[in-house]
Design a protein around this ligand. Sequence first.
Ligand code: UDP
Ligand code: MG
Length: 137
Amino acid sequence: MQRTLGIIKPDAFAAGHAGPILARITAEGFRIVGLKKLTLSAEQAGAFYHVHRGKGFFDDLTGFMSSGPCVVMALEATEAISGWRRLMGATNPADAAPGSLRQEFGTSLGRNAVHGSDADDTAAFEIGFFFSGLELL
Ligand code: UDP
Ligand code: MG
């Protein structure tokens, strides 16, 4: 079993898509190990997305991610990291496969509904960013 960090981003949460996305996650066979709703500060969003600091979209990304509530999730499955990224779809909703969450709920590259870790080391960092060990038992 493997774990990954997923986020229902502020655009999807505000549009009322958290319920359908959670239902889809369960239907696709992920176990929801950790779950919380929170609103990040811009500084916290910047710490989470530290690998993107200095890029042209960083301020827009951190501003957006701190613009309202989101739902953070620790998800468990076999091959959870690649499986969750496949369920999310491509970063740009315009390129996301039919049936993927970004195709269904994303509206632009910067407003793409969901986040997912991209590798073992980033999944470990991102899960630890939001959850303590006790919250993942
Ligand atoms: N992003 C953006 N403009 C870009 C690239 C990325 O606004 O040119 C945003 C987009 O919302 C993306 C996030 O920054 O989800 C993180 O980018 P990354 O390349 O890590 O994509 P992801 O892993 O989310 O698919
Ligand atoms: Mg990424």
